[in-house]
Design a protein around this ligand. Structure first.
Ligand SMILES: *[C@@H]1O[C@H](CO)[C@@H](O)[C@H](O)[C@H]1NC(C)=O
Ligand SMILES: *[C@@H]1O[C@H](CO)[C@@H](O)[C@H](O)[C@H]1NC(C)=O
Ligand SMILES: *[C@@H]1O[C@H](CO)[C@@H](O)[C@H](O)[C@H]1NC(C)=O
Length: 217
């Protein structure tokens, strides 16, 4: 209605409108360009945001969310009681204390099941100690003090008469220690991943100086 009234009131309106239409179309063109520019800007922002997010997530998954296998090592070995035979009648009966150190470098706790750490001589178990189940906090090391007794009772004659005999002569007894701690690493209270920490150390015991070396891999 209003339009009709306007047209009636201003019959010359169409001719008048002609240039204004051009103006309109000109302004609407620049409006379109503006909108296009805005859209491009928005697109750039979104793309930048997406790239930023991808970088953040990648950095996060490479550091915080990456599940690293915890490490197990033995701490300093303190010999308590050392009884050894000689080269012709080789034997040993040794007790010592040490620490089983479980190092967790994850950003979340590592819960492990109970296990046995075994001590071997030439592949034969000569002693073992149980490690109760437990938990290592995020980015920390748990130390479990253990007392171990190893003796040559279980060794076959073939081993004692050859290898052990010569080691007694050289006064260096080489034992191995092994333990595997199976458990789970928990990240961000949601992700749980199975991980097994394994220890494999050789420990040459110098029988003359009573010094123990530790080589763990
Ligand atoms: C080695 O030990 C055995 C048993 O203790 C002993 O009879 C023997 O004399 C010892 N031999 C040497 C060379 O010391
Ligand atoms: C540890 O060794 C003892 C004695 O040999 C055995 O009864 C026990 O089941 C072992 N524990 C584990 C977790 O292997
Ligand atoms: C432990 O390490 C020794 C050498 O360092 C290797 O010969 C042996 O196979 C390893 N054992 C395990 C169970 O990984």
């Amino acid at each position: 209605m209003a339009e009709k009234v306007n047209k009636q009131m201003y019959p010359s309106a169409p001719t008048n409108k002609q240039p204004s239409r051009d103006e309109e179309s000109a302004t609407s063109l620049s409006d379109q360009e503006l909108r296009k520019k805005k859209r491009i800007k928005l697109g750039i922002y979104i793309a930048a945001f997406v790239v930023f997010q991808v970088l953040v997530i990648t950095a996060f998954s490479l550091t915080v969310m990456r599940v690293k296998t915890p490490k197990v090592r033995l701490g300093t070995v303190l010999l308590q009681d050392v009884k050894t035979g000689n080269q012709t009648s080789p034997s040993f009966d040794i007790s010592f204390t040490t620490q089983v150190r479980i190092k967790n470098t994850n950003f979340g706790p590592f819960k492990y099941e109970s296990t046995n750490a075994t001590f071997t001589y030439q592949g034969v178990t000569v002693g073992q100690v149980s490690i109760p189940k437990g938990k290592v906090g995020f980015r920390s090391t748990k130390k479990v003090t253990v007392t171990v007794t190893v003796n040559s009772n279980a060794l076959p004659i073939s081993t004692t008469s050859t290898t052990l005999g010569s080691e007694m002569g050289a006064e260096v007894l080489t034992l191995n220690s092994h333990a595997k701690l199976g458990g789970k690493v928990e990240l961000m209270f949601v992700t749980k991943k199975k991980k097994a920490a394994e220890m494999n150390c050789t420990m040459p015991i110098d029988l003359s100086t009573k010094a123990v070396q530790l080589n763990c891999d």
